[in-house]
Design a protein around this ligand. Structure first.
Ligand code: GLC
Length: 492
């Protein structure tokens, strides 16, 4: 909601301390934050430090002459020769990451779209300006930031070429490893500085890092060696498990749960950059049941869960069918292999009326998926078997069971190829919660001996289960879990 020419739909910011008139005013924003506070809701801002819009006054100045005081706020370099960019670095959104600018006959670096020039984070004035922007919002009462694309802040000053890998990507460019433009060690220095800023404010504001870390070791570094960086690094490892695999999830959950920093895991499955979970994990037959299973995984493991609008009603990815309907520029650059991210950004489905009750305008920016007729908040609110009702039950269980919020995570299922099972328990009073998720299309018989984990009970009282509803107590040593079945219960 920052002012933006909307090339990357708001991720190209032209003013960091204002609201785009398309969405309202600063006064509207202040009112939203204060009304949210009254309801115990805290508002977190998206913050985009890696790049600005090319329409930002800073960049306009920077590109105007080589001697402009803001020249060094961005990354300007000479080409290797006529028509040749400084090196082989590629934009995440296709083709060279360098754009020639004829005003001063130099190239500028852009990790994303050409309209998103990268800021030079080695320049102290840039840091100050961006930190001032953070303070601007903290002073207005925001509860923290999701820091966009933060691993991309620095590039190798010596401009080494990135290593070329076999094959080509969706844009027809050779695959490369972004070795010299991603995850440079200086990122951590900036994260520590950002953390010091938010720590000056009351209410323990949060920093969330959006960084697609290659493994849990790198992810763990985001917490900081003294827990002095971000509190919640988004776990793309979990989000990128693109198949319903008990062994894959088990391994990653175990790894992050035991991270050396002792940091709080932060899981998500859908967001505005990747296909929705309903289709990604669905098998074409049991998708609704699988959507519930993923919900149970998200809301019963030990993590701060991150939900994306619409997953709670089973919204599905609805990609454009024709190139001329694409809004997201990467969908045009990479068509048809890369259709862009429109499919996961369609209007929220409130009811079965025109445009799903999202808008009264002539048409919506992106089309309303046909599934909105049945998958909408209104219809699902009246159906106890719906995905939405299931999410509501899970969320209310999280509220009533302390073990689910901050109890220990104890994996149970050993090497089982199909079933993921775990305990959540808190020392002292309160229930021990037992979770079994069948990630296969067959009935699975499982048995557990919980005594070795210091849990005496032999029966589980189902609190939530699906398919079907929570029934009578079951023996933990003799369970038969239906296809993609979910059992969440208290051990007695
Ligand atoms: C992040 C955002 C994505 C955006 C990119 C560039 O990955 O989530 O939507 O296009 O950064 O700002």
């Amino acid at each position: 909601m920052y002012p933006s020419p909307l090339v990357d739909f708001g991720y190209d910011i032209s003013d960091y301390t204002s609201i785009d008139p398309l969405y309202g005013t600063l006064a509207d924003f202040d009112r939203m934050v204060s009304e949210a506070k009254k309801r115990n809701i805290r508002v977190i801002m998206d913050f985009v430090p890696n790049h600005t819009s090319d329409q930002h006054p800073w960049f306009k100045e920077s590109r105007s002459s080589r001697t402009n005081p803001k020249r060094d706020w961005y990354i300007w370099r000479d080409g290797k020769g006529p028509g040749q960019p400084p090196n082989n670095w590629q934009s995440w959104f296709g083709h060279s990451a360098w754009k020639f600018d004829s005003t001063t006959n130099q190239y500028y670096y852009h990790h994303f779209y050409t309209e998103q020039p990268d800021l030079n984070w080695r320049n102290p004035q840039v840091r100050k300006a961006m930190y001032d922007a953070m303070r601007f919002w903290l002073d207005r009462g925001v509860a923290g930031f999701r820091i966009d694309a933060v691993s991309r802040l620095f590039e190798d000053p010596n401009l080494h070429d990135d290593p070329i890998l076999p094959g080509k990507n969706a844009y027809g460019d050779p695959n490369i490893a972004h070795k010299y433009t991603d995850n440079l060690p200086e990122v951590h220095e900036v994260l520590r500085e950002m953390r010091r800023i938010v720590d000056e404010y009351p209410g323990n504001p949060v920093l969330i890092s959006e960084a697609d870390e290659p493994n849990i070791t790198e992810l763990t570094k985001m917490y900081g060696s003294n827990n002095d960086e971000v509190q919640l690094p988004m776990d793309f490892q979990i989000a990128d498990v693109n198949r319903l695999s008990a062994p894959d999830f088990r391994q990653l959950l175990n790894e992050i749960d035991r991270n050396a920093a002792g940091g709080q895991p932060h899981y998500f499955f859908s967001n505005h950059d990747q296909p929705r979970q309903w289709d990604r994990y669905g098998d074409g037959v049991h998708n609704d049941q699988i959507a519930k299973l993923i919900a149970a995984l998200l809301l019963t493991t030990r993590a701060t869960p991150l939900m994306y609008y619409g997953e709670e009603i089973g919204m599905r990815t609805t990609d454009p069918v024709r190139k001329e309907d694409v809004q997201d520029p990467i969908g045009k650059i990479g068509w048809p292999q890369e259709k862009g991210r429109d499919g996961e950004r369609t209007p929220m489905q409130w009811d079965a009326s025109k445009d799903a009750g999202f808008s009264k305008a002539e048409g919506t920016w992106l089309p309303v998926p046909p599934s909105a007729a049945n998958y909408n908040v209104n219809a699902e609110s009246h159906d106890p078997g719906s995905i939405l009702s299931f999410y509501k039950r899970l969320l209310s269980l999280r509220r009533s069971e302390a073990a689910l919020r901050d109890g220990l995570y104890q994996p149970l299922s050993g090497e089982d190829p199909f079933v993921l099972a775990y305990l959540r328990k808190k020392p002292g009073n309160g229930n021990t919660i037992f979770v079994v998720l069948n990630m296969s299309a067959q009935f699975r018989k499982v048995r557990f001996d919980l005594e070795r984990y210091g849990v005496r009970g032999k029966v589980v009282e189902p609190l939530i289960s699906a398919p079907g509803s929570a029934g009578r107590p079951l023996s933990i040593s003799d369970l038969n879990i239906p296809p993609f079945g979910i059992l969440i219960g208290a051990v007695h």
